[in-house]
Design a protein around this ligand. Sequence first.
Ligand code: NPW
Ligand code: ATP
Length: 382
Amino acid sequence: MYAGAPYYAAESALRCGVDLVTVYTAAEACMPIKCYSPELMVRAVYSIEVMNSYLDEEGGIIREMEGECRRGGGGGGGGGGNDAPTTKETNGSDTRRIAMMSGRPPIGGEGGRYLPIQGGEARNDDGVEVLAEGLGRMTSLEGKLHALGERREVFIGGIVDDITHAFPTLHAMCIGPGLGRHPLVFSVAEKVIQRAIEARLMLIIDADALFMLSLGEYRDLLEDLRSYERCVMTPNLMEMRRLRDALSADDGGGRRSNIIVQKGNVDEIIHDSYTMRCEEEGGLKRCGGIGDVLAGTISAFMAWNAILEMEETHDAQNDVITNKESEWQRRLFASWAAAVVVKKATKVAFQKKKRSMSALDVIGEIGDVVNDMEDDLKNAVP
Ligand SMILES: NC(=O)C1=CN([C@@H]2O[C@H](COP(=O)(O)OP(=O)(O)OC[C@H]3O[C@@H](n4cnc5c(N)ncnc54)[C@H](OP(=O)(O)O)[C@@H]3O)[C@@H](O)[C@H]2O)[C@@H](O)CC1
Ligand SMILES: Nc1ncnc2c1ncn2[C@@H]1O[C@H](COP(=O)(O)OP(=O)(O)OP(=O)(O)O)[C@@H](O)[C@H]1O
C-alpha cells in the first residue's frame, strides 16, 4: 500500500479537467493522501491492521492444525513408534490427507490445503483413543477455520459494498496505483472489478491490480477483463511480461475487446489486432510515478468517453444509431491522446527541472498541455 501513487493518479485526473475524484484506500494511507490535496475526496474503506488480524488468526489456526498432524505422525502421543506393528487399515507407509477448507483459499492457495498425516499408527486402545482425541481437536479447528472464513467473507463484502455503492455516481474507475499486494485487498479488488463489469463502468487497470491478474487464481477475472470493451490496462514492461505469461499459460482464445496501453519509450495502444503508437517525445528521466500520472490521465479521458457514450445511448432512442465500431476506435484514440499528454508534460517538466524532475512536476504541466492540444485541435478543424 502506497500513498504517493494514488495521489499522483487522482491529481492527474483533476488537472486534466475532471470535476471530482474520490480515492478509496486504507485507513493507514488516508491521512497522508488527504494532506497532499484538499481537493481530493479520500475514503478509508478498510484497515490493513484489521486485514492482518484475519491473516494472523488464520495462520494461528493452521499452525495448530499442523501441530495436530505432527502429533498424529509421532504415533499418537506415545501410542506407537517406528518399530510398532501397524494395523492393516493404517499401514505405516500410508500418508492420509486432511483437506482444510476455509470459505475461500487463504493466502494464495488454490482449493483446500492439504496436510499430510504420516500413517496413523494406532496399535492399541490407548493409541486409538489418542487418535480419536486428535481428530476431535482437528474437527474443532476446522470448524474455527470455516467460521473465520465466513466472517472474512462478510468483512470483505462490506468493503466491496461501501465502494460499489458509489458506482451510479462515477464515470470511470481506476484500480491499482499504490494498491499493494495484500491478499485480502486483492479479494476486495476482485469483487469490485466483477461488480464494475456488471455495472458497465469504465475501468482502468494499472500497477498492482495487473500483478494480481497475473496470478493463477485470478485467471478467470483476467479473461473477463480481456473481453470487456470498457477496460483499459496500462502495463509497464514487467507487468506486460507477467500478463503475457499468464495469458499464454492458458489462452482461452476468447474475444480480446479491451485496450492495452503498453508503456515504454514508445507507448503502444493495442486493441485486438490494431495498434496505435505514441511516438511523442518525452523527457530524459523516467522517475517513479509517471505510470500513475498516465493511469489518472487515461481515467479522465475515459470518463469523458463514458459521458459521450451515455449521451449517445440516450440519443439512440431518438433514432441515433450507436456505432460499436466507432466506440472502440474513440476509446483507442482517447488512450493515445492521454499518452501524448503525459509525454508532452514530461518533456516540458524535464526541460525545466532536468535531473530533479519528479512526477509532481509532470502533473504541474498537464493543464497547459491539455489546453494547447485543445487549441491545436480547434485550429486544425476548419
Ligand atoms: N510514490 C509512490 O507511491 C509510487 C508507488 N508506486 C507503486 O509501487 C507499486 C509497485 O510498482 P513497481 O513499478 O515497482 O512494480 P513492478 O512493475 O512489479 O516492478 C517490480 C520491479 O520490476 C522491475 N521493473 C519494472 N519496470 C521495469 C522496466 N521498464 N525495465 C526493467 N525493469 C523493470 C524493477 O526492478 P529493479 O529494476 O528495481 O530491479 C521493479 O522494481 C505499485 O503499486 C505502484 O503503483 C509506483 O507507481 C512508483 C511511485
Ligand atoms: N524506456 C523508456 N524511455 C522513455 N520513456 C519511457 C520509457 N519507459 C517508460 N517511459 C515513459 O514513462 C511512462 C510510464 O511508464 P513506466 O514504465 O515508467 O510505468 P510504471 O513503471 O508503471 O510507472 P510508475 O513508476 O508510476 O509505477 C510511459 O508512458 C512513457 O511515457
